[in-house]
Design a protein around this ligand. Structure first.
Ligand SMILES: CC(=O)SCCNC(=O)CCNC(=O)[C@H](O)C(C)(C)COP(=O)(O)OP(=O)(O)OC[C@H]1O[C@@H](n2cnc3c(N)ncnc32)[C@H](O)[C@@H]1OP(=O)(O)O
Ligand SMILES: O=CC(=O)O
Ligand SMILES: [Mg+2]
Length: 701
């Protein structure tokens, strides 16, 4: 039993009380009494509104479901459909033109176009790696991945691959920092002058520091290094400014279901904000202690010392408005909305940076990403909540910035109004296309069977969604003020494909896009050297906004028979992803995994990808494309395969037919059509809590 302690009328888990009073509060200037009274007051004011907003979601979904059921088998007439969505309040009035107005925004967010890394906050080892991923070795990223054809031939250094890496990096330098004469491939001896000498902005010993499109490149010159020794110019590496910003994720990539999990997550965020986080782990048989990197020291060409940030600028992604947490109980005994707790605690913790060394935000802001908001009223709620948190913590208005995930259909369809609701504090919009796809399926669950999952990326709505996100953000004045972000590269081992494809993101005028790992950040950074995003934004500034009709086009399958032929493949693929992800979530509390798909390509799976797979099967079940027995057969087939995939993991427990993981996976699919907005978290939390509950035998012993 979790011990609960009364604080200002709230029942708060003892572990959270201790964490806040002994670790989070000291040094912030906020008194414990004031914090708890303020928290209780915020809950009293905001919990009812939070519940009311969720009731609106359910009501709208029920009306949409009924509308489709009434028209079963008929094609959707876009103008009738749009009129209906307006009538029920799903579509809000378009606001008059306006410009966002956030203040004290760090250059990394407002001005620099570059990769954005996302990292599960419960994993301190990854978290430290992510914060330090501001700088990454291009040589390592090319050598150690499939970015170049082949793979190292044998353990130890493969000289032929090394030569290919160096060649690729030289070609990159030719494009990003061309020489006054000749090619980087041909230099020997001293590093020659650049075509544009102003690109060289500093030195660190023999190392050269260049800047291009606002991003730094450090040429490591070291003739004693094993690589530099054999290089005619002594170049040992090319280090790129990589993860300019990072999102520390409390949401879809973590399994945080109780007070203990929340405290671990908050403690990691605290360690980042104080700079004291460290983690010791075994790597290649050696104990390694990882800490946050220092800033990097250079001298400009006149000899003046300056520093550059050694760490990525950190955002924290709070949970959305849906979930509640047993870490805090309201005076009526109900679990408290978790997003409200996150807003208060993560902001409180960020005071250690703001009122301390300002090692994260030099401009003095707190950066919170708010996911899964549906429409302008929910964005306005977040704005009021952040106002209240600022008042509680003694912060000036709009110190807390917000990144809005454009990942629910009602937000995409009302994007300008959503942005307007947070216009004084917004610093990004990001197309979370994974959740967005799940919501696309769920919203139109009753309209008919959806296209195959892989065909979603060619559907009309998604093109309009991606276009509108950039176009509307530009029209709202994001250029030079805030990030316009694109979604995750969800195939962490496919770096060649990422190099080929993810350049599309900056080409749209987006200033950032998500990557799953530090290595991917370094490789994706090369895209921001290839594309001048500011210029792309100027070019797109006059684009007409893609149509709402296109955005609202439901991705229904044109040919039922073609779907029937694909049922087994489609089910196997979705079920394999579901089981591979869910089993680690429920049994081990791992919220983000790399799971092989049916073609054995390791895919990043998190709650958003799970939402898609489970909703997709639920939709095909509802419309009779797949039969329940076929789905269960796929669960059986794929359980064997997932067990085999995990054979090397000593912590893994095979997927028994009655185990909690299997129950969770089946519930996600068979109850998918009735889960609120198709979210997976209610069921995941339920089964994870069951898995964590002490067994009767444990209690007896
Ligand atoms: C829809 C959405 O919401 S997307 C946002 C949520 N998704 C994410 O946050 C994805 C984050 N990425 C990850 O969690 C991981 O990269 C996974 C699960 C996809 C793959 O993990 P693994 O299979 O363990 O990765 P892999 O074995 O290739 O690499 C592990 C190494 O890379 C590092 N690494 C991998 N991902 C990250 C990351 N996101 N941040 C920091 N370091 C990372 C690890 O620290 C480790 O290095 P180390 O041994 O020096 O510590
Ligand atoms: O949060 C990101 C998404 O794609 O969903
Ligand atoms: Mg998402």
């Amino acid at each position: 039993m979790t011990q609960m302690i009364d604080r200002a009328g709230l029942q708060v888990a003892a572990s959270l009380v201790t964490f806040i009073e002994a670790r989070a509060l000291p040094g912030t200037g906020v008194a414990a009494d004031a914090l708890w009274r303020g928290m209780a007051d915020i809950y009293a004011r905001f919990a009812p509104d939070n519940a009311a907003l969720l009731a609106v979601r359910d009501d709208l979904q029920a009306r949409i479901d009924a509308w489709h059921r009434d028209r079963a088998g008929q094609p959707v007439d876009p103008s009738v459909y749009q009129a209906f969505l307006r009538e029920i309040g799903y579509l809000a009035a378009e606001p008059a033109p306006f410009a966002i107005d956030p203040h004290d925004v760090d250059a990394e967010v407002a001005l620099v176009a570059g990769p954005q890394l996302v990292v599960p906050i419960l994993n301190a080892r990854f978290l430290l790696n992510a914060a330090n991923a501001r700088w990454g070795s291009l040589y390592d990223a090319l050598y150690g991945t499939d970015a170049l054809p082949g793979a190292p031939a044998a353990p130890g250094y493969d000289a032929a691959r090394g030569t290919a890496v160096i060649g690729w990096a030289r070609d990159f330098l030719d494009r990003a920092v061309p020489l006054a004469g000749g090619s980087w491939r041909d230099i020997a001896g001293e590093i020659p002058p650049l075509a544009d000498p102003s690109q060289e902005v500093g030195r660190a010993g023999d190392n050269r520091l260049y800047r291009h499109h606002g991003l730094h490149i450090e040429l490591v010159v070291d003739r004693t290094h094993p690589i530099g020794r054999d290089d005619p110019a002594g170049i040992a590496d090319v280090v790129l400014e990589s993860a300019v910003t990072t999102i520390c994720d409390l949401e879809d990539s973590v399994a945080a279901v109780d007070a203990g999990d929340k405290v671990t997550a908050y403690a990691n965020w605290l360690g980042l904000m104080t700079g004291e986080l460290e983690e010791t782990f075994a790597k290649n048989g050696q104990a390694v202690t990882r800490r946050l990197n220092d800033d990097r020291v250079y001298h400009d060409l006149r000899g003046n010392r300056f520093t550059l940030p050694g760490r990525s600028l950190l955002f924290v992604r709070n949970v959305g408005h849906l979930m509640t947490t047993p870490a805090v109980l309201l005076p009526d005994g109900a679990e408290a909305p978790e997003g409200i707790l996150d807003a208060i605690v993560t902001s409180l913790i960020a005071l250690h940076d703001l009122r301390g060394r300002r090692a994260n935000s030099r401009a003095g802001s707190i950066y919170i990403v708010k996911p899964k908001m549906h429409g302008p009223d929910e964005a306005a709620f977040t704005n009021r909540l952040f106002d209240a948190v600022e008042d509680l913590l003694g912060l000036s208005r709009h110190t807390i910035k917000v990144g809005v995930m454009d990942e629910e259909r009602r937000t995409s369809a009302n994007l300008a109004a959503c942005i307007r609701a947070v216009r004084g504090r917004i610093v990004f919009v990001n197309t979370g296309f994974l959740d967005r796809t799940g919501d696309e399926i769920h919203t139109a669950m009753h309209a008919g069977p959806m296209v195959r999952k892989a065909d979603m990326k060619n559907a009309a709505w998604i093109g309009a969604y991606e276009d509108r996100n950039v176009q509307i953000a530009l029209a709202c004045g994001f250029g030079g003020r805030a990030q316009i972000g694109k979604g995750m590269w969800a195939a962490p081992d496919r770096m060649r494909d990422m190099l080929d494809q993810k350049i599309a993101h900056p080409l749209t005028g987006a200033t950032t896009a998500w990557v799953p790992s530090p290595t991917a950040a370094t490789l994706h950074a090369t895209h921001y050297h290839a594309v001048d995003v500011a210029e792309r934004q100027r070019a797109r500034g006059s684009d007409p906004v893609a149509s709402l009709d296109a955005l609202l086009t439901i991705p229904l399958a044109a040919d039922r028979d073609a779907l029937s032929a694909a049922v087994r493949d489609e089910l196997d693929n979705n079920v394999q992803g579901i089981l591979g992800y869910v089993v680690r979530w429920i049994d081990q509390g791992i919220g983000c995994s790399k799971v092989p798909d049916i073609h054995d390509i390791g895919l990043m799976e998190d709650r958003a990808t799970l939402r898609i797979s489970s909703q997709h099967i639920a939709n095909w079940l509802l419309h009779g494309i797949a039969a329940p027995a076929e789905v269960d057969a796929a669960f059986l087939r794929m359980a064997t395969r997932v067990d085999a995939q995990n054979a090397g993991d000593p912590a893994y427990r095979p997927l028994g037919p009655d185990g909690l993981a299997m129950q969770a996976a089946r519930a996600l699919v068979f109850q998918g059509a009735t889960q609120p907005n198709g979210y997976t978290e209610l069921l995941l939390h339920h089964f994870r809590r069951a898995a964590k509950a002490p067994k009767t035998t444990d209690m007896v012993n």
